[in-house]
Design a protein around this ligand. Structure first.
Ligand code: ARG
Length: 459
């Protein structure tokens, strides 16, 4: 088969080389972006009188026809044509004849591929922002039902202080809010047009870059043609934001795995989101959160992969840059799927309030409040800490929890203790006492919920 660039060659390409250098196997997912870019380019070429208006119209018609064929799976992409750009161009020439060969006037695959990726990532970033918002609204819905549900809060995975389950869930709302902010901010840089930068230095034709940018909905154009074709920062950013998002998803997933274990039983994941064991009939495995946790790895890998490809790469285009795609596509699919599954898991999980409450009743997570009680009786915190530390030790030896020590025992420890100590140690009091801004008291959690809902309404 003759190549679009075959002129200066005297031999056919080695078959292995053809396979090795082709990207059509994966870049065909950008077919509609490639066609959109070409339609804008042809429109501009016609308007600027660089090609005849009638030729431009023929080209655009042909491209639209191809788009329908591609969408209906009626075309066969070929490795011989290397990538989506040359596949579409040669199909166009086949479709409308040699006039199709005018499309590539004043353009290179280098600005073309960059344009495709900007368009692709703009779509996907907007889609992902929507999926994040969906998870956020499910978190808010769940949190609303559990403002007064008390669970142990942990540090070092040791019981620390009781918290509202809504408060714990909302922590993830804010992580996602930051993720969303990062994706949104990156749109400013994604939405810049490299089209018209040519191979690297611009073009000799009187093109109108602003016009193609407008036609494609870009807000501006790259000001330097070398930068336009060499820049993959926007993909690195996307991968980096996705890596961080996945780290949040993996932390929540890990908690779901822990909470749904027999040892905790704080939540029960819906049957539809779990799988069984081929040998142990009793098993219900949290495969989905486990996989979400696991898939985080491949996204980190793609980020590291692209950073490594770009390191020390001279300007402008180098074939190495074709390696920017698979990690990007894979990350898009991974993030899309992960967010969709996460929504389903959170929405369908059952929260076992009584197990959570049972847990806070049988622990020492009210010890800080015992110390705070002493502080209110004018004992310096450091001293109060020491006294309570000894009290906990004593209680453990006596096999009692702090609420089970008698008032006599408390009086022996320190005379300032009164019978109101029991109320101060109650899990509900302990939770409700955390009234500082952003704390776990129901008043503060309700306030947080209000702000969270407002910010969802605004986006
Ligand atoms: N398939 C190529 C890529 O993905 C398109 C750009 C090729 N440009 C070139 N001069 N070889 O990077």
């Amino acid at each position: 088969m003759s190549k679009l660039w075959g002129g200066r060659f005297t031999k056919d390409t080695n078959k292995l080389v053809e396979e090795f250098t082709a990207s059509i196997q994966f870049d065909q997912v950008m077919a509609s972006e490639d066609i959109a870019g070409s339609i804008a380019h042809a429109t501009m070429l016609g308007e600027c009188g660089i090609i005849d208006q009638s030729d431009a119209e023929l080209i655009i018609k042909g491209l639209n026809k191809l788009l329908v064929k591609i969408e209906n799976n009626e075309v066969q992409f070929s490795v011989e044509n290397e990538d989506i750009h040359m596949n579409i161009e040669s199909m166009l020439i086949e479709e409308i004849g040699p006039v199709g060969g005018k499309l590539h006037t004043g353009r290179s695959r280098n600005d073309q591929v960059a344009t495709d990726m900007h368009l692709y990532l703009r779509n996907k970033t907007e889609l992902i922002i929507g999926l994040i918002e969906n998870v956020q609204s499910i978190i808010v819905k769940k949190a609303k039902q559990h403002v007064h549900t008390i669970m142990p809060g942990y540090t070092h995975l040791q019981r620390a202080q009781p918290v509202s389950f809504a408060h714990h869930l909302l922590a993830y709302f804010w992580m996602l809010e930051r993720d969303k902010g990062r994706y949104k901010d990156s749109l400013k840089r994604i939405n810049i047009s490299p089209l018209g930068a040519g191979a690297l230095a611009g073009t000799t034709f009187p093109i109108n870059r602003k016009r193609t940018a407008d036609l494609l909905g870009f807000s501006d154009i790259y000001l330097n043609s070398l930068d336009a074709v060499s820049d993959r920062d926007f993909i690195v950013e996307f991968l980096s934001h996705s890596a961080l998002l996945m780290s949040h998803i993996s932390r929540l997933s890990e908690e779901l795995v822990i909470w749904s274990s027999q040892e905790f039983q704080f939540v029960e994941l819906d049957d539809a989101f779990c799988t069984g064991s081929s040998i142990m009939p009793q098993k219900k495995n949290p495969d989905v959160p486990e996989l979400l946790r696991g898939k985080t790895g491949r996204v980190y890998g793609s980020l590291m992969g692209l950073l490594t490809v770009l390191k020390a790469l001279p300007l402008a285009y180098n074939k190495d840059m074709q390696e920017d795609k698979e990690g990007m596509f894979d990350t898009v699919y991974t993030v899309e799927g992960s967010l969709q599954l996460l929504s389903g898991i959170i929405e369908s999980m059952k929260v076992n309030e009584s197990k959570m409450y049972e847990a806070v009743q049988k622990d020492y997570s009210n010890a800080t409040d015992l110390a705070d009680y002493l502080v209110r009786k004018n004992i310096p915190f450091r001293q109060a800490h020491e006294i309570v530390g000894k009290t906990v030790l004593y209680a453990i030896e006596e096999q009692k929890f702090l609420g089970e020590l008698t008032i006599k025992e408390y009086k022996q420890i320190n005379n300032v203790f009164e019978s109101d100590i029991y109320d101060a140690l109650h899990p509900k009091t302990v939770m409700e006492a955390r009234i500082s801004e952003g704390g776990t008291s129901s008043k503060e959690v309700l306030n947080q919920l209000f702000i969270a809902e407002e910010s969802l309404k605004m986006s």
